[in-house]
Design a protein around this ligand. Sequence first.
Ligand SMILES: NC(=O)c1ccc[n+]([C@@H]2O[C@H](COP(=O)([O-])OP(=O)(O)OC[C@H]3O[C@@H](n4cnc5c(N)ncnc54)[C@H](OP(=O)(O)O)[C@@H]3O)[C@@H](O)[C@H]2O)c1
Length: 243
Amino acid sequence: MKQSNQKVLITGGGSGIGLALAKKFLANNNTVIITGRDLAKLEKVKSDNPRIHIFQSDVTDDAEVRILVDDIEQQFGGIDVLINNAGIMNLVDTGNGANDLAKQFSEIDINFNSPIRLVHYFLPQLKKSKEAVIVNVSSGLAYVPFAQSPVYSGTKAAVHFWTQSIRPQLKPHGIKVIELLPPVVATKLAEDADLKDDNLTPMPPEKLADIFWKNYASGREEITPGISKALKIMSRLAPKFYF
Ligand SMILES: NC(=O)c1ccc[n+]([C@@H]2O[C@H](COP(=O)([O-])OP(=O)(O)OC[C@H]3O[C@@H](n4cnc5c(N)ncnc54)[C@H](OP(=O)(O)O)[C@@H]3O)[C@@H](O)[C@H]2O)c1
């Protein structure tokens, strides 16, 4: 896998895993473009890392994504690597009739519809690239669901199956498809999920980025750091054990 001189777009790259991946690609001489909704957060990243390019863009907003595609085409001549990283996790008690249905549908839109949207609109640029790669960030929960976040678990399983399906479809177009299935990682998302009682030690995002980098170099298609590897095996042998 080519690891330098690539133009890399990371959605949700202003914090957590996306930011750790952005720094890793940057340190290896790539052009790195990150997106997010919160401009102040992106500007802070830019002031700390002046070589990172920032775009305020909501992955769920079709018009904004199309503008992003055009802006990147004009400024950079396209991308080589698309990292679908933006995501949220809501804790939902489905038995509670007062749940906000729109919020649940929005979680599906961010986590599942948006990677499909980004691939759709960036496909012409990826087809033009000599070494195109798509990295979909799903989760170890794609193997074994987490009862407190049923919609999230469903979206990540959906990303997992979608990724497996598009891999052979995009191969003839010269586009490699990689899936990163993180374990619990020390980011705002995991902090908000309050996993303290689950006896899981979150992995630092920088360590996740290191593991990703080694596996990415070797061309591995499914990257399962930490407990995600065990989740994959246990999902076949004894799925209820980890659930
Ligand atoms: N942390 C974990 O334990 C863990 C485990 C497995 C998988 N993951 C996955 O890793 C990915 C990154 O999450 P993280 O843990 O690094 O959490 P994070 O720090 O909260 O990062 C999520 C990023 O997504 C962006 N984002 C959210 N909605 C967006 C939207 N509509 N449009 C554009 N950007 C949006 C956020 O930026 P704005 O708010 O500025 O938009 C934020 O920078 C997610 O897909 C998550 O599901 C995380």
